[in-house]
Design a binder for this molecule. Structure first.
Ligand code: ZN
Length: 381
């Protein structure tokens, strides 16, 4: 029998709390858990209580001086600009080190279960893709994704395909593996010309041995489901089939959804579903180690819970009812979060920012250039 999907969760994850007025609200994790449970999806998974990563684990990627600086962040007045701590994005808080270590632990525990034989995992707390070797960045203290992939590569040499559809460029993960062909990183995001972290351009293709193994698809503000599915068909699927990864790792940040307040993309559930169904089929036929899915960005709290619950159902290949249970909608309202009534988006998105034609024409140019730069390294025309 196939091993159940691994789902690390505990309320201790909610301690990753920068400040009350910070956009990252960890109630999104609690509400995702509650809704997924209410819809019966957690009966189909193996829940685990995440442990904390050790300092040794964290230092597989991060430098000791940076780890020391995070440990020193014992109150909210601590500022260490050299390490990105105490900034508006990453204000220090008393349990900063413990909270960061717990997040790495959740993803690392899931990776260890996959190495032991579980075929997939969904780590809703994971996906801190901006954290750099020696710097906190973009709400990310430690990079759970990089640490977990490095752990796998230490255990067994293999190929990992990392795909990230968060609205922001996956700079921390890309930088970590920029010179490696063991990890093929693909990031589709709102262009760095208009959004943090200001990177992720087509010409960032890797260095040394890793040239051709960093792939970036920047979209104009307004980019949505048509662009996401086009990137899937023209870039992700061909590279997946030619690279033949042993493991798929995905960062499933939902700040590119049209209801999200921090970015300017217009993805809908239709686009997300198309991508995730395809990834499920590809990973189950190609990846002998499996699929490690993580969360990521997402700042419309109730919407995040709805989307990650839908994602879990797709990864599990389980049906969910179309309507969100009324008591869940009411619970969100009590917390001052508005929750859509249906699990899938009903409306056409009104095009904002650039027009559909402008966004589409820009993507056309991007894809042409990208294929010239990347495809020759993969035997693709
Ligand atoms: Zn993001």
């Amino acid at each position: 029998m196939k091993a159940k999907l691994v789902y690390p969760y505990s309320d201790s994850l909610l301690n990753y709390h920068f400040a009350d007025n910070h956009p990252l609200k960890q109630e999104r994790l609690r509400l995702t858990y509650v809704l997924s449970k209410e819809l019966g999806l957690l009966d189909k998974v193996r829940e685990i209580v995440p442990s904390s990563a050790t300092r040794e684990d964290i230092e597989m990627f991060h430098t000791p001086d940076y780890v020391d600086a995070v440990i020193a962040s014992h109150d909210d007045s601590y500022i260490n600009a050299r390490y990105g701590i105490g900034t508006a994005d990453n204000p220090s808080f008393p349990e900063m080190y413990d909270a960061g270590a717990r997040y790495v632990g959740a993803t690392l525990d899931a990776m260890k279960e996959i190495i032991k034989g579980a075929s997939n995992a969904f780590v809703i707390s994971g996906g801190l893709h901006h954290a750099q070797r020696s710097e906190a960045s973009g709400f990310c203290i430690f990079n759970d994704i990089v640490v977990s992939i490095l752990h796998l590569l230490k255990k067994k040499p293999c190929r990992v395909l990392y795909f990230d559809f968060d609205a922001h460029h996956a700079d921390g993960v890309q930088n970590a593996f920029y010179r490696s062909k063991d990890v093929l990183t693909i990031s589709v995001h709102q262009t760095g010309k208009t959004l943090f972290p200001g990177t992720g351009f087509v010409y960032e293709t890797g260095a040394g041995e890793g040239v051709g193994y960093s792939v970036n698809i920047p979209l104009l503000p307004g980019g949505g489901t048509p662009e996401l599915t086009r990137v899937l068909d023209e870039i992700v699927v061909p590279l997946f089939e030619s690279y033949r990864p042993n493991l798929l790792v995905t960062q499933l940040g939902v700040d590119g959804h049209y209801l999200d307040p921090l970015a300017h993309l217009t993805y809908t559930t239709k686009g997300y579903e198309t991508v995730l169904r395809r990834l499920r089929i590809l990973s189950s036929s190609i990846c002998d180690i499996g699929w490690l899915a993580t969360g990521g960005g997402g700042y419309n709290v109730a919407n995040v819970a709805r989307l990650w619950t839908l994602f879990l159902s797709i990864i599990l290949d389980e049906k969910v009812p179309g309507k969100i249970p009324q008591d869940f909608v009411d619970k969100c309202k009590e917390l001052n979060y508005e929750c859509p009534a249906a699990i899938r988006d009903q409306d056409e998105v009104v095009q904002m920012y650039f027009t559909r034609e402008e966004v589409s024409l820009d993507l056309e140019r991007t894809l042409r250039r990208l294929k010239e730069l990347i495809f020759p390294y993969h035997g693709l025309a």
